[in-house]
Design a protein around this ligand. Structure first.
Ligand SMILES: [Zn+2]
Length: 258
């Protein structure tokens, strides 16, 4: 299986003759770093697209990707409404309304679990508002037009290999304990949205005990709303406190074979 990180929470997975995308978001403003040169039109519109929640940095490019082919989308009811508003074909969208939703695509199985969005903390909100300044009206309008809706985490089982993706880090301890009942080979965790996100996500690793963890979403994808997150403390803590878990930091658009 080949895994490509697309920046933010976006991944492309190729396995056998199957292809699927998770939270594919490529559009950036001119200040975003690293610079994303790949365009939504370059992503195949075949296969499936799985969405964790409706915020713009997870959903914005999905209509353009769908327009490239016949791909089908699996997302919350709220995200489905946003996609249809943006011109996506509703017959190719499955609104996931149940916790534990499962679908078999032949070469792999996908399951969705109800999760939660990380709660932006006051120091982070204050720093963000300071950066945003006079752009507040325009930028908050983007935020309001892409509501989060029910947050989902996605588990993929591919030839016995289990990969679990989170698009935001708001899981409760009970949720993590429940998901830990089945072993995870690869955990994809988002480091964005909270001053103490490195500690928050370390808890995911501690409870879920994956063989491999790959952090994502640390890039400065839409300044001044976003800022680069230093994930070095997370990497160091995994090495120190979870020695059975390997941690791998991917480069922008890098492809790895698993
Ligand atoms: Zn979000």
């Amino acid at each position: 299986m080949k895994l490509q990180w697309l920046g933010t929470a976006g991944f492309k997975v190729e396995t056998g003759d199957q292809l699927f995308l998770i939270d594919p978001y490529l559009s950036r403003n001119e200040k975003a770093r690293p610079v994303q040169t790949m365009q939504p039109q370059e992503l195949s519109g075949e296969g499936q697209i799985f969405i964790t929640h409706g915020h713009f940095d997870h959903l914005y490019d999905v209509p353009a990707i769908m327009a490239q082919g016949k791909s089908t989308v699996y997302c919350s009811e709220t995200a489905a409404e946003t996609l249809v508003r943006e011109g996506a074909d509703s017959s190719r969208i499955t609104a996931v309304g149940v916790d534990g939703y499962a679908a078999d695509f032949g070469g792999y199985k996908a399951e969705a679990f109800f999760s939660r969005h990380v709660k932006f903390d006051i120091p982070l909100v204050a720093r963000t508002l300071w950066r945003v300044g006079l752009s507040y009206g325009r930028l908050s309008a983007i935020g309001r037009s892409y509501p989060a809706g029910q947050v989902l985490s996605w588990r993929f089982t591919i030839d016995g290999y289990t990969m679990h993706h989170f698009g935001s880090g708001g899981s409760t301890p009970e949720e993590l304990q429940r998901l830990a009942a089945r072993p995870i080979d690869l955990l994809l965790v988002p480091l964005q949205g909270h001053t103490h996100i490195c500690d928050i996500v370390l808890e995911y690793v501690r409870v879920l005990k994956p063989r491999l963890v790959i952090p994502h979403h640390q890039d400065d994808f839409y300044p001044p709303i976003s800022t680069y997150v230093d994930i070095a403390p997370f990497v160091a803590q995994v090495k120190e406190k979870c020695p059975d878990t390997e941690v791998r930091v991917m480069d922008f658009n890098e492809v790895i074979s698993l």
